[in-house]
Write a protein that binds this ligand. Structure first.
Ligand code: HEC
Length: 477
């Protein structure tokens, strides 16, 4: 490193007495100002002047300048050992690095300050940028210094490079989320760095309407700006407590008063309004999501309430899977052929089960044929037996098809004798007995049945009182 020292640019100019002291003084002053910046212009969560945001938005592109220049430094310093002219270039690049750091830091600060940013992620990135600028400045000073101090330079430059990587990563996490880099990392490496396991969000009341329907809306639409990394408007929406704590202007949810809740007002403004959320031209929430949020606030914004009056939600639990029958395919095909029916997979996923389709068999399909399919009963999720020759004798047989979700018995000779056995079918959601001879008395044992029950054109019509008014029992005209 001796030759480096002797050749370093500008050394002779600044190493003498007064000017040198002056330079150090002003450097210290500049560093102190940088360190004080966050306490002078506090990131208070409020947005500020438009020009600040306008300039600030150049930050994400301008940052690449210091990154490139700083990375070039070690290359020039090392190559300079063989080609001394490059050492001069290194000094020049170092000055440029410092200038570009100051520029990027200024723009970054304008972006955060102007845009009402805050939060741990923004703070980490900001302090990284400040430390980096001071680090690069120190490099410039030390490199041009004389004596022992000069020997510190390689170490300082090394630390600056590490800091650069860290700060850049913090910045990247703000724009892309902190799993961006590791998302597609092969599993073994993920385990190695310990960042692979995606933490499932935990709730105090996992079955609540909040956990199942309100939080997911915020998660998908708001948390990039109102989460741990970024906290715009001082508002975090990534937990119930933080949501209720509110933002810069206090509470954003007033239980029982959606119309007085800032949050509800913000999502229902015209999308062109400056205050509309989600901001920055992102698509508005869906009408049903807005309706859920409104009803949830109106009914007390509770963290534990499971259902809301007036809100209908489709069953969103995944359908139960049937067992693995891949080893029995041949036997299933054979049995289906013998019975004159087809057993059609619901989807490519075998676990979704099979549909028993009898259109080709028609009246040739009767009780005996259904019995012949019993060995495969657990794999069949729908039985289309409409207009076949099955009778009440088949009701006992159907009770063994434990995974049935839908049974069509319309237009059959069923009278309902033994219908009670179908009450055992836990997953049954649809039972069509239209056009059969079932009576009200025969249907009565199915009171606990929670699915759609069709009784059009039967002696049982009108539907017995037990089913009247149930949202699940359909009345036909
Ligand atoms: C692109 C970033 C961004 C997204 C996405 C976003 N917000 Fe905001 N939000 C902001 C900024 C910036 C502020 C502060 C400036 C302001 O009040 O308009 C803010 C402020 C708010 C406030 C006011 C806080 C207070 O106390 O004044 C509410 C309420 C709010 N957002 C709700 C939401 C909701 C709900 C969503 C999702 C549907 C959302 N935001 C999505 C950027 C965003």
């Amino acid at each position: 490193m001796m030759s480096v020292k002797n050749l370093s640019l500008g050394k002779s100019k600044v190493s003498t007495g007064r000017p040198m002291r002056l330079i150090w003084m002003s450097a210290l002053l500049a560093a102190a100002m940088l360190l004080l910046l966050p306490s002078i212009f506090k990131l208070d969560g409020n947005t500020h002047a438009d020009w600040q945001q306008f300039l600030g938005r150049f930050h994400p592109s301008v940052v690449h300048l210091p990154i490139g220049l700083i990375l070039l430094l070690p290359v020039l310093e090392i190559a300079g050992r063989f080609r001394p002219a490059l050492l001069e270039a290194a000094a020049f690049v170092l000055s440029l690095s410092l200038l570009s750091c100051v520029l990027a830091l200024t723009l970054g600060y304008l972006l955060a300050y102007g845009g009402g940013e805050g939060g741990a992620g923004v703070a980490r990135h900001m302090w990284g940028g400040i430390a980096l600028t001071i680090g690069v400045g120190s490099c410039a000073l030390v490199r041009s210094a004389s004596g022992g101090l000069r020997g510190v330079y390689p170490w300082l430059l090394g630390s600056v490079l590490v800091l650069l990587a860290w700060t850049a990563h913090q910045g990247g996490s703000l724009t892309h989320g902190d799993r961006y880099l590791t998302e597609y990392l092969p599993q073994p490496f993920k385990r190695l760095i310990g960042g692979g396991a995606v933490q499932a969000k935990t709730f105090a009341y996992p079955e609540s309407f909040y956990a199942k329907h309100i939080y997911p809306v915020f998660d998908a639409n708001c948390i990039t700006c109102h989460g741990e990394g970024k906290v715009k408007g001082h508002l975090r929406l990534d937990s119930y407590d933080r949501l209720m704590r509110g933002g810069v202007d206090g509470a954003v949810v007033i239980p029982a008063h959606p119309e007085r809740s800032t949050l509800f007002n913000r999502i229902t403004l015209p999308p062109a309004d400056k205050k509309f959320m989600p901001s920055e031209g992102r698509p508005a929430l869906k009408p049903e999501e807005i309706a859920w949020i409104k009803a949830w606030i109106a009914q007390g914004a509770s963290p534990e309430l499971k259902t809301l009056t007036g809100i209908y939600l489709p069953q969103d639990e995944p359908l139960p899977q049937v067992g693995d029958y891949s080893g029995k395919m041949a036997a299933i095909a054979q049995a289906a052929k013998a019975a004159g029916v087809t057993l059609v997979p619901v989807s490519r996923n075998l676990g979704d089960g099979l549909i028993l389709n009898t259109v080709d068999a028609g009246a040739k399909f009767g009780d005996a044929q259904l019995v012949s399919l019993e060995p495969f009963a657990p794999y069949i999720v729908e039985a289309e037996l409409g207009r076949t020759a099955v009778t009440d004798a088949s009701l006992g047989s159907l009770a063994k098809f434990t995974h049935l979700r839908a049974i069509h018995l319309e237009g059959t000779a069923i009278t309902g004798n033994g219908l009670a056995q179908l009450a055992q079918l836990q997953q049954l959601k649809y039972l069509n007995l239209s056009g059969t001879q079932v009576t009200a008395a025969a249907v009565a044992p199915l009171t606990s049945f929670k699915g759609h029950l069709y009784l059009y054109n039967t002696p049982a019509r009108p539907i017995p009182a037990a089913h009247d008014g149930q949202p699940t029992a359909r009345k036909e005209p």
